[in-house]
Design a protein around this ligand. Structure first.
Ligand code: EPZ
Length: 416
């Protein structure tokens, strides 16, 4: 993606920033909307690239979608004739298109979903998604880069997830929501976005209990009736701006957050010495004089989020000493290391472990965003670096951060 961001570092960021709706809740709720009868209106959906691509994918299936003047998103599936094969060209732009597997099987009894390409953070298999829908009765073939699934005969069942996969949990929830009988998911993902999906489906007449714990029970219902729903704020966007305060020596009030969703991030930021206070409007972050090194282990929620790992690595480059980062969720999520080294960082990678030596002041350089969160982390590194940093392929960043340039400029950053 050809977009280049230029950032001149060295300015402490001050002021307040409002967090947008959560990308990873918005995407799955847009998909779940196709299972409902009538017009769904979603509030708080961020206007980001991934949402625009998903709109194209859903429109290609025959769903009518439009942004309303009040900023909400209207989603109207056709009363009949929803296409069940996703466009290969469009779906390979967005891994989350794989969430159509469960929604189409639950509502149409068949699905042809293209296998999402691996992306820079790992192979991104779908074995747990397939195990889940097969348990509920789906016949699945994988060939020509597509998953072909049919589920004319389907009934609720018990599914154990070998890993608490977010996407697999979401696909099984959506299929089970309209599959007769009771489905029990064991070792389910517990992310806030899963809870938002369950609340959304229940608001349409679904019967889901236990979301947010590792056992989720779903009673299938024949009909889901569309309504209006506001999605949760983006905990990863919030965490990214919290680190922007800590890394630039500034002070930022991050507004429109749900503090419990941020506890792992708040805890680790406080260990680095930053002052983090939950206030009425949100979370107030004041940078520490000196950044204390900390060790990070990424884990499924409520562990430290893998989507914040690169951002913490950027911060820890400035710590007074060595930090150890272990990436336990994805097999290949250290691409940012080579880019940070171009800015003078001293980091050693051994398998799933990175040792960040710290004690350096990064300097501006020409770097490249390899994926969404690595791109965000390069922005953070650039904001604190000496001189100008040029971030190529910044399009990755616009996939998941609404109005990031405006938000940073309003905090005093020198960005263009
Ligand atoms: C979701 O991806 C998020 N994306 C990711 O956010 C996030 O990093 C991830 O969950 C973990 O929290 C969306 O919600 C759209 P997983 P997902 O299935 O569902 C392995 C961002 O930057 N696995 O929980 O794809 C997989 O290889 C993105 O916003 C299997 O082995 O994540 C990975 O190692 C990046 N088999 C681990 O589980 C499967 O069938 C976690 O994957 C499925 C997954």
């Amino acid at each position: 993606m050809k977009n280049t961001l230029f950032i001149e570092g060295g300015y402490p960021l001050q002021g307040q920033v409002r967090v947008s709706g959560a990308k990873n809740a918005g995407l799955v709720l847009m998909v779940a909307s196709i299972m409902a009868e009538g017009e769904t209106i979603l509030d708080n959906v961020p206007r980001i690239k991934d949402v625009e691509v998903l709109i194209q994918i859903l429109e290609d299936l025959g769903v009518r979608i439009s942004w309303n003047r009040d900023g909400s998103l209207s989603i109207c599936p056709p009363s009949s004739g929803l296409k069940t094969q996703t466009s290969y060209e469009l779906s390979k732009k967005l891994r989350a298109s794989n969430l159509l597997l469960g929604a189409l099987l639950g509502s149409q009894g068949e699905a042809q979903v293209s296998l999402p390409g691996g992306c820079d953070i790992g192979s991104r298999p779908m074995d747990l998604h397939i195990k889940g829908v097969q348990a509920l009765g789906a016949e699945v073939d994988v060939e020509y880069g597509y998953i072909y699934a049919t589920s004319k005969e389907r009934s609720g069942s018990r599914v154990y997830l070998d890993f608490p996969s977010v996407g697999a949990t979401e696909n099984i929830i959506m299929m089970a929501a309209k599959t007769p009988g009771q489905t029990v998911i064991e070792n389910a993902a517990k992310e806030p976005e899963i809870v938002d999906l369950a609340n959304f489906i229940n608001s349409m007449g679904g019967r889901i209990r236990g979301a947010g714990t590792d056992v989720i029970k779903i009673e299938g219902v024949p009909t889901l009736t569309a309504g209006r729903y506001a999605i949760i704020p983006d905990r990863i966007e919030a965490g990214t701006y919290m680190i922007a305060a800590a890394i630039t020596g500034g002070e930022i009030l991050v507004e429109n957050v749900i503090p419990t969703h941020l506890h792992p991030i708040i805890a680790k930021l406080q260990e680095t010495g930053a002052q983090v206070e939950e206030v009425k409007q949100g979370v107030l972050v004041k940078a520490a004089q000196h950044i204390t090194p900390v060790d990070i282990k990424t884990l499924p929620y409520p562990g430290f989020p893998t989507d914040m790992q690169s951002q913490m690595m950027a911060l820890l480059c400035h710590a007074q000493g060595s930090s150890i980062i272990v990436e336990n969720v994805f097999e290949n999520r250290f691409q940012i290391v080579d880019e940070l080294k171009r800015m003078g960082a001293r980091i050693k990678v051994e398998g799933h472990t990175a040792v960040v030596e710290g004690g350096t002041r990064l300097s501006g350089a020409k770097v490249r965003a390899t994926d969404l969160r690595a791109g965000a982390a390069l922005v953070l590194a650039a904001l604190a670096a000496d001189g100008v940093t040029e971030i190529e392929d910044a399009g990755h960043i616009f996939r998941g951060y609404e109005k990031i340039e405006d938000k940073l400029k309003s905090l005093g950053a020198k960005v263009r």
